[in-house]
Design a protein around this ligand. Structure first.
Ligand code: 26W
Length: 799
């Protein structure tokens, strides 16, 4: 047994004794759970302190990853596995009669994110740590993470998720590093012998308390931390009011302040100009930058080398206030003049864009920013003034483009423009997406700053998504190609050599079957539906959004149903699995869920059809559920309208687990296509340029009227399901269909036919599956973060 295992095991025993006055065997599961996490957390803490010492000694450049979201999921298994102690700890628990799996199940997900962007941030923390880069993630310690989804009669209902009760053991408070964040008030400008100085008065203070969540890497000395800020009032409650008997009023300040870190905004890809959201953004940006600058100044006594020693990464525009806040700190707290402060700021910030959807591009009303953050607003105004005059002077030929680039325009502050002006690097998250940013979304900026724009294709941590989620496949790979792939996924390429190995192909089929059974058990328990594990599992799991086109999938299901029911079609059995959360106020998304659930129910009740197809909507999609669903997939549905999905990362998780992509040429699907070749993927639908062309005169009604197959499907959706009515979706499809489901429908159905043909030949399909696994190397987040480190951050791992 290694030292670390010994240490953790001793600590488990000790905590049982000291906290609960019990030995391990006599404890109750909740006590053992607490002891297990606390002991693991202690081990991480010790390891971290050794790592931090090295970072200091080497005066390494620091990476700060600023993100409103980190979709951490569960941590216990990941930490034990990464630390290489899982087997020892499990064996120890077993001696006292416990199964470690039961403790894994007790742990709630830390759901501090919505979808792709948040999960990406967590994958990057894992990879950066594994590779030994010093990095700190900054976000908010939301008391309530992403809501729990409960489906009642097909309709999504949201319930609060208070994850901290059971996962809070991972959070390490640092009361010694609290900082104050200021809102509202007035700004007075005064001319003094030092030039123009400003004074922020009459502000409201909120206290930011940091909680550190330690991130272990795999087979590495590094332990990094995710710092989550929690808000509270500077003075707890009003004693005067309390003494006068105004008990509720006396706690009002505290309630207002703590509301900032109360709940994650459950919006994905739609922006709302809400005061609380702006406060959240400034709160965590200001607290983080105050800490970063303080630490830097304490060590170096100057900011002249700030950009050389630090890089601050802005994960989408949500932390865009980094630009004016860093300016503020440099000028107001450390007396830098504008030009020097701007030089330091613009050389230490880098920005990633994650979406081209116009409704997701953040813009804040000027009045809101001015009232909430008066000092910050004056800085943004000045940045804008200087930026616009620079453009007028040097790029006057851009004409109307200047309006597109202005930071303040039409009474709004445009956050993406602020990020581009204030960062030295701007990147998209897949080849196609980065091209669209340059050619379209940020076209004018690209004319002015062509060198700023670059691409880093997203990736996933295969340690969680393959090794931990799919231990059977991981074992097979280890047996055949060694375990080098765990640290360096390029090595998985060697698996290609087994393409004609009958034994390996048979093992792949067995593993898929076992993973289907694991999922089927879950579905039987939660949905009361029995799955046929010999059927093809066709899976679409992701946030629910019109552009992701779960509706197109549902349309094909209706078509298939009608053909089985009325046309004598007798296909190979298929199981269509969905899981998706919709934003709470997103009506059409909720209607699509209701449609899928209605189809599920109708088919389940229909003896003519149910042996050929099944539809399941699994509620409450989250990281820990994805870990069960993804390894069971044969087909990975990635069917967004071309040009709309920035990258997708579920596509990569499914691929590495042996699912074959059925998708459009969108986001990272394009790169998956390049990696596996056209024979190992099912591509359909319009390309991005075809979409742009058709969008100019698209008329869905002409497809509906001109195509009997489409008409049959759309009419059935309207009121064909007994007892259900979907006028909403019917009208949507024939009158607007903004993501052109109807235009891609025929091509999508044809692609399904190709899937069927391939799946019927199980040797051929298993080979396709193998090719997907073996060629997933480039989608490791280890590769992505290396691209960031080398191409953008210019940092090196700790020696
Ligand atoms: C302000 C509301 C809001 C919230 C979240 C707007 C936009 C977002 C995110 C940018 C949405 C998101 O998660 N985008 C996804 O990012 C992934 C990681 O890069 C990509 O793989 C997905 O394609 C992209 O949709």
């Amino acid at each position: 047994m290694n030292k670390l295992s010994e240490n953790i095991i001793n600590n488990i025993n000790k905590i049982m004794e000291v906290n609960f006055g019990s030995d391990l065997a006599a404890g109750n599961p909740r006590q053992v759970y607490e002891a297990l996490i606390t002991a693991t957390n202690m081990a991480l803490k010790e390891k971290r302190s050794a790592f931090t010492k090295k970072v200091k000694e080497q005066e390494a450049k620091q990476v700060y990853y600023m993100s409103m979201e980190f979709l951490v999921g569960t941590s216990l298994k990941n930490n034990l596995w990464n630390l290489g102690v899982e087997d020892d700890v499990a064996a120890h628990l077993k001696t006292a009669g416990y199964d470690i799996e039961d403790f894994y199940e007790m742990e709630p997900d830390a759901g501090l994110g919505n979808g792709g962007l948040g999960r990406l941030a967590s994958c990057y923390m894992d990879s950066l740590t594994t590779l030994g880069y010093p990095v700190t993630g900054f976000s908010i310690r939301y008391e309530f993470g992403i809501f729990k989804q409960v489906i009642i009669d097909g309709w999504q209902n949201e319930f609060p998720d208070s994850w901290i009760d059971k996962a809070g053991y991972w959070l390490n408070p640092r009361l010694d590093e609290e900082v104050e964040v200021r809102f509202f008030g007035n700004v007075n400008e005064n001319w003094t012998e030092n030039g123009l100085t400003t004074e922020h008065t009459g502000y409201v203070s909120v206290l930011a308390t940091p909680y550190d969540l330690f991130i272990s890497g795999y087979d590495t000395e590094a332990v990094n931390s995710l710092r989550l800020w929690s808000a509270k009032a500077t003075s707890g409650f009003n004693m005067d009011l309390f003494s006068k008997g105004e008990y509720v009023k006396s706690t009002e300040n505290e309630a207002i302040a703590s509301s900032i870190s109360k709940v994650l905004y459950p919006a994905d890809n739609t922006y709302e100009g809400k005061s609380l959201r702006l406060k959240q953004q400034y709160f965590f940006v200001s607290a983080s930058l105050q800490q970063i600058t303080k630490k830097h100044f304490k060590r170096y006594g100057t900011f002249d080398n700030f950009a050389e020693k630090n890089v601050i990464h802005i994960n989408d525009t949500h932390p865009s206030l980094c630009v004016p806040e860093l300016m503020r700190i440099l000028m107001d707290d450390y007396n830098y003049k504008w030009d020097k402060a701007w030089e330091i700021t613009a050389e230490s910030l880098a920005y990633t864009n994650h979406t081209v959807m116009s409704e997701a591009l953040e813009k804040w009303p000027v009045d809101l920013v001015k009232s909430h953050l008066p000092r910050i607003y004056t800085i943004i105004e000045e940045i804008n003034r200087r930026f616009c005059s620079y453009i007028y002077e040097h790029h006057a030929h851009l004409g109307g483009g200047i309006n597109n680039m202005a930071i303040i325009e039409g009474g709004m502050v445009k956050m993406a423009n602020l990020c581009i002006a204030g960062s030295y690097s701007v990147n998209g998250v897949s080849k196609l997406h980065s091209e669209i940013l340059k050619a379209d979304t940020f076209r004018d900026f690209n004319c002015v700053y062509p060198d700023k724009f670059t691409n880093v294709t997203n990736g996933i941590t295969h340690r969680r998504w393959l090794c931990q989620a799919n231990p059977l496949l991981s074992e097979l790979l280890t047996e055949k190609i060694g375990d080098g792939f765990k640290k360096s996924l390029e090595n998985i390429e060697k698996f290609n050599d087994f393409i004609d190995d009958e034994e390996v192909l048979a093992s792949l089929r067995e593993i898929k079957k076992a993973n289907k059974k694991r999922l089927a058990e879950y579905v039987a328990k939660k949905n009361g539906i029995e799955l046929n594990c010999d059927s093809l599992f066709d899976i679409q799991v992701k946030r629910l959004h019109e552009y992701k086109r779960q509706l197109l999938n549902a349309m094909h299901i209706v078509d298939l149903y009608l053909r089985i029911k009325y046309d004598g079609h007798r296909p190979l059995p298929k199981t269509f699995i969905f899981a998706a959360k919709a934003s709470a106020g997103y009506f059409m998304a909720k209607e699509i869920i209701r449609l899928i659930c209605a189809l599920s129910e109708m088919i389940e009740r229909d003896p003519d059809v149910r042996d050929y197809m099944k539809v399941v909507f699994i509620a409450d999609y989250k990281v820990s559920l994805a870990e069960i669903i993804i390894p069971a997939a044969d087909i990975s549905e990635q069917i967004s309208q071309a040009g709309k999905e920035a990258s997708g990362t579920g596509n990569m998780k499914l691929m590495i687990n042996g699912a074959v992509t059925l998708g459009t040429m969108d986001g990272a699907n394009v790169e998956i296509y390049e990696c596996v070749g056209e024979d190992n993927i099912f591509i359909f639908g319009m390309s991005t340029p075809e979409v742009s062309e058709l969008a100019r005169h698209y008329n869905p009604r002409s497809y509906y009227e001109g195509n009997a197959r489409i008409k049959r499907v759309v009419d059935f959706i309207k009121d064909g399901i007994p007892g259900k009515n979907f006028d909403s979706i019917y009208n949507y499809l024939i009158n607007s269909d903004p993501y052109m489901n109807l235009a891609d429908f025929e091509s999508y159905c044809a692609a399904h036919e190709r899937v069927n043909e391939a799946y019927a030949d199980s040797d051929r399909f298993t080979k396709m599956s193998l090719k997907n696994i073996a060629n997933a190397g480039m989608f490791a987040s280890d590769r992505s973060v290396t691209d960031y480190a080398e191409g953008i951050w210019h940092t090196k791992p700790i020696k």
